[in-house]
Ligand binder design. Sequence first.
Ligand SMILES: [Zn+2]
Length: 504
Amino acid sequence: MKRVTAICAVVAVALLASVNAHAVNVGNIVVKRGVADTVYKAKHLVVGMADPGAEFKVNGNNVKAYKTGTWGIELQLQPGDNAIKIEDAAGSTSFNVFYSTTPKAVKRDLAKEAAEAEKLKFYPANLMVVTKKYAYLNYGAGTDRLGGAKINYLPEGIKMYADAENENLYRVRLSQNRYAYIPKSQVEVAGKWAPESDFMQSNVVLSESSSVYNAGDFDRVSIGVEDKRPYIVKEYNDPHRIVVDLYGVQCNSNWLTHKGGLKSVDHIDVESIDSDVTRITVYLKTKSSWGFTMDYKGGSLNLDIKHVPDQLYLKNLTIGIDAGHGGPESNGAVGLSGLKEKDMTLAMAIALKNILEKQGAKVVLSRDSDVGMTIRERQDKFIENKVDIVLSIHCNAGGGPLSSLGTSTYYRYNVYKPLAENILGYLTNMDGVNSFGMVGNFNFSLSAITDFPCVLVETLFISSLKEEEMLADPAFRQNMMENVAKGLSDYVKECRIAEGQAKK
Ligand SMILES: [Zn+2]
């Protein structure tokens, strides 16, 4: 029974939510999930803990515990009472599960509740809202686990008026014809604002002369604007360009100075795409993207586009590695054996750091111990240390303990897809590693930052018994990080060739 006390501490993990709390024990075999009185599905998962590698029978089926001590089996139930018998050399025990074919009464209509929460209420008078630091615009009123679909971040101090709200968001008007949404937590309400009947008259400012020059590590596109206005920015390939739509800004830029010595910017177009929307398209000389930063300063909106590093080799780059989660508040996902995502991400981040440092790269870890950090603190640390690329390491969860969904990589902006692809290619070549796939337009906030290229690696599913066992093995983690490093190194080489710094 020695294991039972060790296990009880982890009973309340996410995996076991909505499952009964009382455990069934046979010697050292513990059933943690699947001991329900009444169930409504014929497929019934029985999952538990035993001594690592222990072999026993569940309803006559051979079961072997993983090295982490977890075990699981899927049983097919018959309507009515089903006896579940667990037996090993130490003895046997059985319990009953009742399979009801009458559908469970639905207590809450979650879809209706979600629709209610997203429904807009309109104000009789408009509110003036002003962005705080790290505010971001959303396309719509929807929400998901990671928040609504984000457009982009905005600098602080941008005034917009809100004409409606739902539970979490304000609807803000960007221009005559364009609305967006912004989380309530990210703006200050500065009072009521009743724009005159003519929106253009009361809201629109003019764009002024602009310039672009080499500012050292980056090219700065400085766009004259009378007042801070919201914008939507996007980077595109073929041709490589950054497009900024300035809302509530009438095009009046008659003068656009291109200074000599530009490294990132080829040329710029300014056009009006609506009476109160000015579009600035910055065509880039480079094939690869190393991030950009935007902010208002002294009557200008500055778009700072980082130069491609000279001599694109890992040894000349600073790589930011983010170990997901951390601290007492954020374990991340927890496996059935009690393995915590935050510990695995830290171990893998340190392993990856050592691998990359051996290749001469400079590495900055977001955290090197079990401490909690917000996304903002991680972002600030990477920006402060002028990292060239960020890799964020996580473990996935979901899909059930007996599934083995595999590894995946995530990016927000298409320009970083090749990095995600290179890493995934190596990871899915590893023995026993399935491919969950590659996810684009990913809404995670570290990937949404434009200051540096960022790819998130969801190594494996810690909620899967098999993959938890793999993650728990230091040699496997080392191998996995070596493959991440290979993917990164290939990406850097591809950039080097694309930028004409090396031959194919
Ligand atoms: Zn995570």
